[in-house]
Design a protein around this ligand. Structure first.
Ligand code: SF4
Length: 913
């Protein structure tokens, strides 16, 4: 067994008022031999790490060593983080129930809520603070008498802590363990290897010294301490810093794919989303759409987790549990039930389930009763979902959800419900279905089970509660429970600064070292007197303490790799910042290039299969059925890719149901009411008579009533009445405006027409003309109703935003019909007008005769030919299959559903084709 050297003694902590503990040191290169030798000599050797990541790193290293030695199997070494080891010791000491952090939180919450002397609005946030404060007092041996001051907060903490202390000795674990270990004579480890501890709290130190006195050998692991060569860069902002570091990493890996790269990010918790997004976009662009965490782990490993409640499987679990609480499902509920891949039978029925979801949305079903939902399912071929849903309804009625029970009872009910839905059943024999969970999904299920198990131990603290309260408690717990995806073996490890101690890489990056962040500002705990915190040197107590701590971390950081690239962003939160004082005096390279590579077209994983494809236009085949009207031209004109996605690939975004009518439905209702009205009344003369006889209001009401039949959705009485009143007032204004026109007859009313476009007439559009009037002067007027803000100018140019008027004009001309005006009818509250084109003045109120402009037709007679050329060009471009990602302008993308597909945000102008 390798010998530790006395010459290498290291001080582990820096408490000015205490004598730091002296432990022998051991070189990191020796620890695996030490652990391996322990297996032969049957010695109890444990390697304790300061964090989970270091434990994994060491276990992986040990595994590699065994594989390199040609072994196929070996004993797992005793490597674990301090917290897990402490828990093990506690349980072995038979001290009673080990409180998980969530249980502790609940206990504190309970105590604070019960305290009659305190009026607390947010006992949850306060309980966390109080728990932390109590732990600091215990860990730093600060006498409780320090709370005996004329301050409400300190006195409250003393009261709560004493009550909690009666229930558990948990927060004093180190001291209690020491006493108990002594009393029980339980075996202690022969050797403890301490790995990666920058600081030991006095309680940790005392426990270790106690074990040392009892005969344990305590050794501190010292990793290679060759100082790195430093390169320091200043970037314009945080995004530039991250992107350019990614580009640097990409370059390094393309030259040496085996490099192990460490990336330290200061304030990682706050920046986690940004870091994850940019690393995905830059290093695994093909995953940034799917956000597949399993696969993301093959490229980089990000140490932070996310609340369990936000994991997709767990969201599905809550959707199932919530069913029992509801008689009505809202859109998120039915979407989850229909489209979650974790719902039983999803793989077999996903297409039909998606179609049901789309249909319900299209019908603007914002809420649906569970009984009605079951009926909808019965109308579709989704037998597996029908069967599960029927079962849940049956269970709901059979299970007693009423009354109050301990939470452990409700955990069992939840388990039963989830089993009924086969939520995490990997095999379902009856349906002969086997589901294989990915490592990430399996980890989610395991975390869920652990969380539920913890809840069963909360009966003493949570009392008897209702099922609804229990589900809320489960949700709260799932938000507190941090889920970390199963670690991949990525060679890029992204971590917070404090996780890096004793890790070694081939290359390392440290980001965010600016003077605001490092050293961090002092932040004493608000529930403990500051003087005591300074005296006992508790974490964040004073700027001196923070400076010493940061110095120690900075010193260790420089041993991380032979080369360390340090950086910071000069602009942070709209403020200018400087380099951290630790970097002062060193040359700093100012990086001015803020351009991003954005989705570089190669993946960093060289083993990943790549495919080559020819990016050319795909003309429409004769067998291909294209359905659509002027929407095809509108889309093609706005962006060829948009038209391709919508009309060639048949993609459509899901509609978002709203409580009232959406814009589309409001439009349908208005068109239908006008169609019905003119079908009956035919001309202005009849309109005028109705108006004169004071019958117009009643007549409008009748046609609105008729128009409701053209809408599919089931609308409540109040929505119908609200919408009918709105439309009544709008149509009243419109008809009064129509009375100011020259007398007219309605000659066509919602008439279908076919328009063939393209040089070979290969695109057939189905048009529906809202209305065509003939006035007494013999003018033929095409009218298109609009409830938005139409502009006539949008019909002009090579890429018209509104090609409807040109299309109607040509369609009528092609049929040999005369056109004297073509116009939008703007029908908005207090905003009624015609917006369009007319051959002469005063064909319609305030509509002037068309006059030519530069680069546009010079007079009315040229308009038809001009529009024909424009529309034929668009039609040909569509039929030839041009699908360039070329939005007409920046606003185009704001109204498009396909940005996730075309990834416009990732394109540079030159690669837009
Ligand atoms: S988001 Fe913009 S670029 Fe992409 S398809 Fe839509 S309009 Fe075109």
């Amino acid at each position: 067994m390798p010998k530790a050297s006395m010459d290498d003694n290291k001080q582990l902590s820096f408490f000015p008022n205490e004598t730091p503990a002296q432990f022998l040191s051991i070189d990191a290169s020796q620890i695996f031999n030490h652990l391996q030798a322990a297996n032969t000599t049957k010695k109890n050797v444990v390697l304790l790490t300061s964090n989970q990541r270091l434990s994994r790193f060491r276990l992986h290293g040990y595994e590699q060593m065994q594989l390199a030695a040609g072994k196929a199997a070996w004993l797992t070494p005793n490597i674990l983080p301090w917290s897990a080891w402490l828990q093990q010791q506690w349980l072995a000491s038979d001290l009673g129930v080990w409180l998980h952090p969530e249980q502790e939180n609940l206990l504190w919450q309970h105590v604070i809520a019960e305290d009659e002397q305190t009026l607390v609005l947010n006992s949850k946030a306060l309980s966390k603070q109080a728990k932390d404060a109590w732990k600091i007092l215990a860990d730093y041996f600060i006498p409780l008498s320090c709370l005996d001051r004329p301050s409400e907060e300190f006195q409250a903490l003393a009261r709560w802590g004493k009550t909690v202390g009666k229930a558990t000795t948990h927060t004093l674990q180190h001291q209690v363990l020491a006493k108990l270990t002594k009393a029980s004579q339980q075996p202690i480890p022969d050797t403890i290897l301490l790995d990666g501890f920058d600081v030991l709290s006095p309680a940790q130190e005392a426990y270790l010294l106690f074990l040392q006195q009892q005969g344990s050998q305590i050794l501190q692991v010292v990793a290679d301490q060759t100082p790195a060569t430093l390169s320091i860069s200043a970037y314009a902002d945080e995004e530039s810093e991250l992107r350019q570091v990614c580009q640097h990493i990409r370059k390094l890996l393309s030259e040496s794919p085996e490099l192990r790269i460490g990336v330290l990010v200061l304030e990682l918790e706050q920046k986690a989303n940004l870091v994850s997004r940019i690393f995905s976009e830059e290093l695994a662009p093909h995953l940034s759409l799917s956000m597949d965490l399993d696969k993301q782990g093959d490229y980089f490993n990000l140490s932070l987790g996310a609340p369990l409640a936000k994991q997709s499987m767990v969201q599905t679990a809550f959707a199932i549990l919530s069913l029992s609480l509801k008689q009505t499902l809202n859109v998120e509920d039915y979407h989850q039930l229909l489209l979650s891949p974790y719902m039983f039978g999803y793989a077999q029925e996903k297409n039909t389930r998606a179609a049901i979801d789309a249909k319900l949305r299209k019908d603007n079903i914002e809420q649906i009763t569970t009984l009605r939902f079951a009926q909808v399912l019965a109308q579709h071929p989704v037998p597996l979902l029908q069967q599960q849903f029927a079962l849940i309804l049956e269970l709901q009625h059979g299970e007693n959800f009423a009354g109050k029970q301990p939470i452990s009872h409700w955990v069992m009910v939840a388990d039963k419900l989830l089993k009924a839905w086969s939520w995490y059943e990997q095999n379902h024999e009856e349906a002969e279905i086997t589901i294989t969970l990915t490592a990430n999904e399996a980890a989610q299920v395991q975390n869920w089970r652990d969380m539920m198990l913890q809840l069963t131990n909360l009966d003493d603290y949570s009392g008897w509660i209702t099922w609804s309260q229990a589900v809320t408690r489960m949700q709260e717990q799932a938000f507190e429970h941090i889920f970390r995806p199963a670690p991949g073996h990525a060679n890029i490890q992204i971590m917070g600064l404090l996780e890096s101690r004793n890790l070694r890489f081939d290359i390392a990056f440290a980001l965010g070292l600016d003077d605001m962040a490092w050293p961090p500002a002092a932040k004493p705990h608000p529930l403990i007197p500051v003087q005591e915190q300074v005296k006992f040197q508790t974490p964040h107590a004073s700027s001196e303490r923070e400076w010493m701590f940061a110095s120690s971390v900075w010193e260790n950081m420089q041993f991380l790799a032979p080369h360390l690239f340090v950086s910071f962003a000069s602009n942070k939160d709209k403020q200018e910042v400087q380099a951290s004082p630790f970097l002062w005096g060193q040359p700093i390279q100012k990086e001015t290039n803020t351009a991003s590579s954005r989705y570089a077209n190669t993946q960093i994983n060289h083993q990943a299969p790549t495919s080559t494809y020819l990016d050319t236009a795909i003309p429409i085949q004769s067998s291909e059925k294209i359905r659509g009207g002027t929407g095809i031209l509108t889309s093609q004109s706005a962006c060829a890719f948009q038209a391709f996605a919508q009309f060639r690939l048949g993609l459509n975004n899901l509609e978002k149901p709203s409580l009232g009518l959406n814009h589309r439905e409001q439009g349908i209702l208005l068109h239908a009411a006008l169609e019905s009205f003119w079908k009956m009344h035919k001309n202005q003369q009849n309109l005028s008579k109705l108006h004169h006889d004071n019958l117009l209001g009643d007549e409008i009401k009748t046609h609105i009533h008729q128009a409701w039949l053209s809408l599919n959705g089931a609308f409540s009485h109040s929505i119908k009445s609200l919408e009918s009143n709105r439309l009544q007032s709008l149509l009243q204004q419109w008809f009064e405006f129509e009375l100011s026109r020259n007398p007219f007859d309605v000659v066509e009313n919602e008439q279908w027409a076919i328009l063939n476009l393209g040089l070979r007439q290969s695109l057939s559009l189905h048009l529906k003309l809202d209305r065509v009037d003939m006035d007494k002067a013999g003018n033929r007027i095409i009218i298109d109703y609009k409830t938005g803000q139409p502009k006539a100018s949008q019909s002009m140019g090579e890429r018209p935003e509104s090609p409807q008027l040109p299309a109607y004009f040509i369609a009528e001309e092609n049929l040999g019909k005369q056109v004297d005006a073509v116009t939008f009818a703007k029908i908005r509250n207090q905003d009624i007008a015609f917006e369009g084109f007319a051959q002469e003045n005063d064909v319609l109120p305030k509509l002037k005769a068309y006059q030519g402009k530069k680069d546009l037709p010079q007079d009315w007679s040229e308009l038809g030919t001009y529009w024909k050329d424009v529309l034929n060009e668009l039609a040909d471009s569509f039929c030839e299959g041009h699908a360039d990602i070329a939005p007409k302008n920046k606003q185009t993308c704001n109204y498009c559903d396909f940005s996730g597909l075309c990834r416009i945000s990732a394109s540079s102008p030159k690669d837009s084709k």
